[in-house]
Design a protein around this ligand. Structure first.
Ligand SMILES: C[S@@+](CC[C@H](N)C(=O)[O-])C[C@H]1O[C@@H](n2cnc3c(N)ncnc32)[C@H](O)[C@@H]1O
Length: 296
């Protein structure tokens, strides 16, 4: 694995760390869980802002993130417990690491810059194989969704996960296309959409289309719901959960879960969003919404 530039630029880093630890005496904390290790920015910040005795369980389902962070977080030695796992299994991961509870949980949803720039299928700006798996050991790929799923199911995915208004029309075109040849690369999909959408809406709708298929391939919304449920079970009294999301579907799940769970108190009445400064440094931050809740 070789790449140029940053693996990932963390978003709302100080805000995340501040909210995660604000209410707790961190000298009594034992373990924080970073469900989405990525480039390790959040784990690093958590370990920097807590005493030596505190550890971090660092989960990611992407083996590249784990391998990268073993190098860049080496200075923290045994304070980091790396777990290559889906965060929907957070409870099990914590137990396997030898802990019953955690002093805080953080999830920074979506993709890392590395995944977008170097792994196959995620970006519509590069012509790569239609893969889109964050976890390469899983079977289902974007190609399977496009080449094998029923047209009606594809329409539903595009509508629900991409919020594409003309989802049925695009699904129809996908079904027509694959009668002649199979979908192989990202540009097959880009070319298909180019024929359907006026140029000024193309990037917006490509984002939506790719988001929809990626959510399906990685089962992202179900995983998020399971991880939130599981996290509440392992949070110590007054420990916090902080979640950063990048699109309205995820944010809605987080918001409603925090509001409706009887064991949680909402800390952020409104989501915390990045300021102009951060957005000008890191364009990816522009859609970020951070929400925090506390175990009661
Ligand atoms: C936005 S990045 C996290 C960046 C990180 N906060 C940092 O500072 O570098 C999201 C990461 O979450 C991982 N991820 C997404 N869904 C996951 C899941 N269900 N289980 C485990 N990891 C997941 C992705 O593979 C990706 O590496």
């Amino acid at each position: 694995m070789s790449f140029v530039g940053k693996f990932h630029e963390p978003v709302l880093l100080k805000e995340m760390a501040g909210l995660l630890t604000a209410n707790k005496d961190t000298t009594k904390a034992k373990l924080y869980a970073d469900c989405t290790l990525g480039g390790g920015g959040y784990t690093r910040e958590i370990l920097k802002s807590t005493p030596e005795g505190v550890k971090a369980a660092a989960l990611d389902k992407d083996v590249f993130a784990i391998e990268h962070c073993k190098k860049v977080l080496a200075e923290f030695g045994e304070r980091v417990i790396f777990v290559q796992a889906n965060f929907s299994n957070i409870k099990k991961a914590i137990q396997q690491a030898g802990f019953e509870n955690v002093s805080g949980v953080v999830m920074d949803l979506g993709l890392s810059t590395y995944q977008l720039n170097y792994e196959a299928g995620f970006s519509y700006q590069r012509d790569t194989e239609l893969d889109m798996r964050a976890d390469k050991s899983q079977k289902l790929t974007a190609k399977d969704v496009l080449n094998k799923y029923d047209e009606k199911v594809i329409a539903k995915i595009l509508f629900e996960y991409g919020e594409l208004r003309y989802s049925r029309k695009i699904a129809r075109e996908i079904a027509e296309y694959r009668k002649k040849k199979k979908f192989e690369t990202t540009f097959d999909l880009v070319e298909l959409l180019k024929k359907q959408v006026p140029p000024r809406y193309l990037n917006r709708d490509l984002s939506k289309l790719f988001q929809a298929i990626r959510i399906e391939v990685n089962n992202e919304l179900e995983n998020l719901k399971n991880a939130l449920e599981d996290s509440v079970d392992v949070l110590e009294h007054r420990a916090r959960i902080v979640a950063v999301s990048y699109h309205s579907l995820e944010d809605r799940i987080v918001k409603n879960f925090f509001r409706n769970n009887e064991n949680l108190k909402v800390i952020t009445k409104k989501p915390v969003e990045p300021g102009e400064d951060e957005i000008s440094r890191n364009i990816r931050a522009r859609s970020a919404k951070l929400r925090a809740a506390e175990r009661i």
